[in-house]
Design a protein around this ligand. Sequence first.
Ligand code: HEM
Length: 335
Amino acid sequence: MGWPFLGETFGYLKPYSATTIGEFMEQHIASYPRSIGGILGKWSMLVLVGDMHRDMRVISLNFLSHARLRTHLLKEVEKHTLLVLSSWKKKSTFAAQDEAKKFTFNLMAEHIMSLQPGKIETEKLKKEYVTFMKGVVSAPLNFPGTAYWKALKSRCTILKFIEGKMEERMKRMKEGNENLEEDDLLNWVLKHSNLSTEQILDLILSLLFAGHETSSVSIALAIYFLPGSPQAIQQLMEEHREIARAKKQAGETELTWEDYKKMEFTHCVVNETLRLGNVVRFLHRKALKDVRYKGYDIPCGWKVLPVIAAVHLDPLLFDQPQHFNPWRWQPNLIN
Ligand code: HEM
């Protein structure tokens, strides 16, 4: 339906408020436009099904294990947060979304490929990635000058960069340096998987995309929602001041897992931001065979799109769902 070739892609891509489920979704049941698979790669987890999807997911989840989050990611989060905060000049203004993107890109680039913030190669990759992202959310018109065309070119440049890093590491491994100093995703897949080069490249790019886009939008949304609730800002500051005070007393400086667990109200703010912000509005599933689920028949080939945003904004589940209320997540209030 809609325009020839383009169908209803523009309607699908039309921006809408994060706190609604969107006009297009209200009127249609939609699926990803075809551009997603073309641009994220055929080995991207968003496109894969069956065993291959499971294998890729296991690799990603192993790397992002709970233990690693404690030992590695927490330290990196602290480092990159301090870096962004220290770059802010007193009384200057900044765009929260840009700062959040800078933070998550640097964090993911370090976690995935040990790239250091501010280095020429990291900044060049970031520039290519911005062009790439514009194409992921644009109409799939592949001719010179369009955002999609530029994004496909950036995709090639990014993949070449990652491949260069891979070759460098493999060369060092062959030279007998088994224990490479970088403890990142790239090393992990080289050592623990037997994926082809093409598969590794798509996996790395997909994870950069999955981790960067979602987290940066969530951080920016928290900054957007919080000024609407001065009481929440006050409580957040008190919680963090108390943790900082206790650490100072104990002579500690680095953030620990114990500190993270003490951030109870902060977790409520995170949950409420994710609920009201609806970073991922809906999921995509396709029945590969006839399925009977809870009394519903889903014929083979049908698409099922669970709309997470509809659940998050359901007044039967959340009192005053449009209201930013972190306290609703306090453990004693959750049934
Ligand atoms: C606020 C931040 C995030 C949100 C809201 C989010 C949201 C989601 C959602 C809704 C899914 C399920 C997709 C589906 O089943 O169709 C998912 C899967 C996944 N996410 Fe995230 N995510 C976030 C952060 C991250 C980060 C930081 C990473 C990794 C670096 C990551 C990696 C993945 C992976 C590997 C999957 C599994 C994909 C699959 O099995 O197909 N995500 N995420």
